[in-house]
Design a protein around this ligand. Structure first.
Ligand SMILES: Cc1cc2nc3c(=O)[nH]c(=O)nc-3n(C[C@H](O)[C@H](O)[C@H](O)COP(=O)(O)OP(=O)(O)OC[C@H]3O[C@@H](n4cnc5c(N)ncnc54)[C@H](O)[C@@H]3O)c2cc1C
Length: 482
């Protein structure tokens, strides 16, 4: 079989938004701009994935196998020019103003071609997401200004989120585990701030990040009671990057070890005070786990698309492989799983827009300010000074916590965990089934199918293992009824 067949791609034959989720037609009638924007996001991301990512994905995967520190800056620049890496920032502030739904659609499209590429482009919203948890207006605006400025200047600005430590991964994400764990990191109070020591590991973008959002306890003998969240600039004295991992999947996304050696963090970089660190982690997880489900949806779809291309070109017994009934049944089963998962994932994203932090951009005070105030003022120093004001900051934080309560966060941990477990398990099942159908050529790197399997496997492990995610689902959905 010719190895060039991938060029033909099936992306153009993939159903558009309303065709794949017809129920959204009802929403389009009530809120046309919401769905129109999502449709635009699909077009833009699909074009980018097919035109820019697809031709380079296997070369990049190979280069990163040889050198895990190799990074595809050219692709990053192209995505940056299209603002895909600042997509949730409102348009008036310089972003694309994409809703959680539009972002989910982008993640599916990009991940259907390459999980690592999708991660490199979309992971950056962590900075914003992290700041939105407490929603201190000064910090949120500062981060938006930094992101927009970096985008304009084509300057890399990466964020990472450091929870995992050599002795604690899943334990850092839930209460019972955190009570018993013994962290290796610690933050000691000193005049004007904190001194941080210890190691974090397996941190996405850790080697590229300008800023690290890190969970560190002030008293390692009482991690739950003392866990805090710090913003650590990578330029800080005492910060260094260790090994960049050689992974089986998601190779083009760097995963690094980070060292903090007597690193000083000023008081203003304490994002969550001691005792609130786990709450901060849970709020980020309540969003990100669902998006891992969406990324897995992309992987499953990409693997199926490759399988379809292969099976409609490969001849066995003098007919196409796809004419075999058993192959049709397997493919139908995969398509059914993908359709169900897409409904679950987009439902999750629409719920984020409705009940979670994304609704802030749709609330009257924020919406009115974005509409009425001139663009130059919105990103200027005067408004930053107002946003930095303590009273304004406290009002912002109070307002956000009124909109997104602790109870809402825990509900979304459940919805997100369910989407992640359903998605990642399906992605592993489908990418493995595709290899069964294809046989020998599926094992070859140049056909790109074994890569889906390697990538899918990684998604079951991060953001807490799927086993731990299942326990979260049990505790929230069933446990409370017992
Ligand atoms: C590609 C990649 C990128 C990553 N990026 C980041 C990142 O950006 N930031 C970050 O902080 N971390 C990151 N991680 C780390 C990741 O989140 C952890 O690997 C994950 O949380 C699992 O933790 P662990 O590896 O320590 O496994 P462990 O927690 O040690 O788990 C080992 C085994 O014990 C089981 N187990 C553990 N605790 C429980 C429990 N409470 N209930 C039931 N079973 C349990 C697990 O299911 C598993 O089978 C990344 C990992 C990978 C592979």
């Amino acid at each position: 079989m010719e190895k060039t067949y991938l060029k033909y791609g099936l992306h153009s034959a993939t159903p558009d938004l309303l065709e794949s989720i017809p129920a959204l037609g009802k929403l389009k009638k009530r809120n046309p701009s919401y769905i129109k924007r999502a449709e635009e996001a699909q077009k833009k991301a699909r074009r980018f994935a097919g035109k820019e990512m697809l031709p380079r994905v296997l070369k990049t995967d190979k280069k990163c196998s040889e050198d895990p520190k190799w990074f595809d800056w050219e692709l990053w620049r192209k995505a940056n020019r299209e603002k895909l890496n600042i997509s949730p920032i409102p348009e008036r502030l310089g972003g694309l103003g994409w809703s959680a739904l539009a972002n989910a659609i982008m993640v599916e499209e990009l991940a259907s071609v390459c999980l690592a590429g999708a991660s490199n482009i979309t992971f950056n919203t962590f900075g914003l997401l992290g700041a939105l948890v407490e929603c201190r207006t000064g910090i949120v605006l500062k981060i938006i200004r930094m992101m927009v400025d970096a985008q304009k200047k084509e300057k890399p600005l990466f964020w990472s989120w450091a929870i995992t430590e050599p002795g604690a991964g899943t334990d850092m994400e839930e209460e019972a585990g955190m009570k018993k764990m013994r962290p290796s990191t610690r933050a000691d109070k000193v005049p004007g701030g904190y001194r941080i020591n210890g190691t974090k590991c397996f941190i996405t973008n850790g080697s590229l990040a300008s800023f690290v959002i890190a969970s560190v306890p002030t008293d390692p003998s009482q991690p739950l009671e003392s866990m805090a969240t710090f913003l650590i600039p990578a330029a800080s004295k005492g910060f260094s990057v260790g090994r960049v991992e050689r992974k089986s999947g998601q190779k083009a996304s760097q995963t690094a070890e980070l060292f903090f050696d007597n690193l000083f963090v000023p008081e203003e970089n304490l994002w969550e005070p001691p005792g609130r660190g786990l709450r901060h982690t849970r709020e980020i997880l309540s969003v990100t786990r669902g998006y891992i489900g969406v990324a897995a949806l992309g992987i499953a779809r990409g693997a199926l698309e490759h399988c379809l291309q292969y099976a409609s070109r490969k001849t066995i017994k003098q007919h196409r492989l796809i004419d075999e009934e058993w192959v049709q049944i397997e493919i139908a089963d995969m398509a059914k799983g993908i359709m169900a998962l897409r409904n679950q994932c987009y439902n999750f994203a629409i719920a984020l827009d409705t009940y979670h932090a994304w609704q802030l951009f749709d609330r009257i005070p924020v919406k009115a300010a974005l509409k009425v105030l001139p663009g130059s003022f919105l990103l200027g120093d005067k408004i930053q000074a107002i946003a930095d004001n303590r009273i304004v900051s406290n009002i912002g934080s109070w307002y956000k916590h009124r909109l997104v309560s602790d109870e809402t966060v825990e509900k979304f941990v459940k919805y997100g965990s369910a989407a992640k477990v359903a998605g990642t398990d399906l992605a592993v099942r489908i990418s493995s089934k595709v290899l069964d159908i294809v046989g020998l050529e599926g094992m070859s790197h140049e056909f790109g199918m074994e890569k889906y399997f390697r990538d899918a496997k990684v998604t079951q492990i991060y953001e807490g293992t799927n086993q731990a995610n299942r326990i979260d689902i049990f505790n929230h959905e069933i446990g409370r009824l017992l």
